[in-house]
Design a protein. Structure first.
Length: 240
């Protein structure tokens, strides 16, 4: 694609949903997670806020333990693999910014990657800020190897917390020639505003989604359909 050197790709829940990773669903105005662990659905407010962690740490830790375990049952799909191919082959600058906390981009082979909402396979010490890779369960009161505090929690950006690396993301968006959004609702900020930032700085903008997002009007082009079909075709064209 002529004139394209710097690319920023934003991925959301839609790209991993095709691999079987659950997304939250709205029922009667309330958002729920159904992660297929045999329990009733989990209200987002009960498992994904700082207040929830303080009020019921056992529930929050069990929820993320179950989500972490569920990663072993899913695999990257064609869209993840296509982005990994782009990562390996693109000669210019590339950053894949994902809102997802799964590890499917990494398992597909992507390395120019930033998890703005944290990672299931990581633990964060609420006392000293240390982050470490994590597999398996994490009971409340797990101690931090760095400071000794019994304050390890899932390394997840809860609702109401600031996403990671926003300064870097903003700088990269301002330099982008092409911004591509894949599988996002366009309703969750600050990620929903990335298209406006990129377009303001002169980037071409492309959306690939099952249906038009809340921010579709800001994109130069919208392509509708499953990510597993759209993304490989787009990557093939871009690299050719």
């Amino acid at each position: 694609m002529s004139g394209i050197h710097n690319i920023v790709v934003l991925t959301g829940a839609g790209i991993s949903a095709e691999s079987g990773v659950p997304t939250f669903r709205t029922k009667n105005g309330v958002n729920y997670w159904d992660i297929g662990d045999g329990h009733d659905d989990y209200r987002v407010e009960d498992v994904c806020t700082p207040e929830a962690l303080a009020a019921d740490p056992d529930l929050v830790h069990r929820f993320y333990d179950a989500r972490r375990a569920a990663l072993a049952t899913v695999e990257p799909n064609a869209a993840h693999r296509a982005l990994a191919r782009l990562d390996a082959a693109w000669p210019g600058a590339l950053l894949i910014v994902t809102q997802n906390v799964d590890d499917l981009h990494e398992r597909a082979g992507a390395s120019r990657l930033l998890h703005m909402h944290g990672e299931l396979n990581s633990a964060l010490c609420a006392a000293c800020g240390a982050r470490v890779p994590w597999a398996g369960d994490m009971p409340p009161g797990t101690r931090c190897d760095a400071c000794g505090g019994a304050a390890m929690r899932p390394d997840i950006v809860f609702f109401g917390e600031m996403p990671y690396a926003m300064d870097r993301i903003e700088r990269t968006l301002s330099d982008a020639d092409l911004f591509v959004s894949i599988g996002t609702s366009g309703a969750v900020y600050p990620a929903a505003g990335f298209v406006q930032t990129a377009r303001y700085h002169g980037a071409t903008t492309l959306e690939m989604n099952l249906e038009p997002s809340a921010g579709s009007a800001y994109f130069h082009e919208t392509r509708l359909g499953p990510a597993s079909g759209l993304v490989p075709a787009w990557v093939e064209t871009l690299l050719s």
